[in-house]
Design a binder for this molecule. Sequence first.
Ligand SMILES: Nc1nc2c(ncn2[C@@H]2O[C@H](COP(=O)(O)OP(=O)(O)OP(=O)(O)O)[C@@H](O)[C@H]2O)c(=O)[nH]1
Ligand SMILES: [Mg+2]
Length: 340
Amino acid sequence: MASAETVQPKNYVGFDSITSQIEKKLLKRGFQFNVMCVGPTGSGKSTLINTLFSSHLIDSKGRTSPAEPIHQTTEIQTVSHMIEENGVRLQLNIVDTPGYGDKVNNERCWDPIVKYLKDQHSAYLRKELTAQRERYIPDTRIHCCLFFIQPTGHSLKPIDIVVLKKLMDLTNVIPVIAKSDALTPDELSAFKERIREEFQANHLRMYPYDSELLDEDERAMNAHIRSMVPFAVVGSETDIVINGKSVRGRKNRWGVINVEDESHCEFISLRNFLTRTHLQDLIESTSLIHYETFRAKQLLSLKESNTQQQQADRNRPLSPAGSAGNPGIYPRGLSAGSGH
Ligand SMILES: Nc1nc2c(ncn2[C@@H]2O[C@H](COP(=O)(O)OP(=O)(O)OP(=O)(O)O)[C@@H](O)[C@H]2O)c(=O)[nH]1
Ligand SMILES: [Mg+2]
């Protein structure tokens, strides 16, 4: 058999334009990027979402007067934003979740969040398995979950570890230290170090993941990110004027924290990481790692239950009404809302 070797065509064939064709098509269609915020009650999730996208997308507890009622997120809510930069359209969907862990009994308080994540994988799988599937399946799978850690300066709480373990199997998890203005720089770096150790000790896989396919630059970038994670962030919905320039900040009795100043917090690093350097990789690893794992598990359990059903059917005495029944539009076990 002839060995594989690179052959140079004599005349210009033109298929090298395929990359720009694909690019053009993708850019025209745009991207969907779905981010979810998870964390304890009052940890600043809604405020950070508003800070990230500079608009009042979601009610936070921030009050401008004592008479104003406290806003607490009580159900999972999604807001969408269409962003366009240099002809590239990005549909950003942000999923805010109610804080967990403030009840007397916190058992299974994470269930609605886990169910939401699984439902999105399941909806995609159902669409993919239909006979006449759409060429382009709208993607509601969560590409990245910002996990809010309270700035205690101690360690992760047992409930955090339980929730993190559930989330890691389903999505890319990026831990952030919320309200990091509560810690001094020394406390913050010691806290970060302890959290990284706890992640390792509890076998919690933190995004970004290493892979053999990465080149040297990408590896170096990931190593840099890993040395930074968890990102220490501060959120604010108030504009403050510093040197004649209006910025998002928090004013307290001893000064002003400028959310966008990299010497004050890592908000800008987090935003660049999400929307610039790792956007494509977050989308890709959701599809290639988390969705594939979910898909394989679902299809295997489907196969098992079908085999069991067939065996039961075979053992059943024959009767005129002994048909296996109508499996419906979905394969058995994959009805809407399955997968949890
Ligand atoms: N000091 C400080 N306070 C913050 C920060 N971010 C938010 N807050 C305040 O913390 C309170 C709660 O913020 P939210 O954004 O509503 O918290 P949440 O996590 O959405 O709360 P739930 O919806 O109840 O889960 C508000 O009073 C915010 O102004 C921060 O970075 N630093
Ligand atoms: Mg909230």
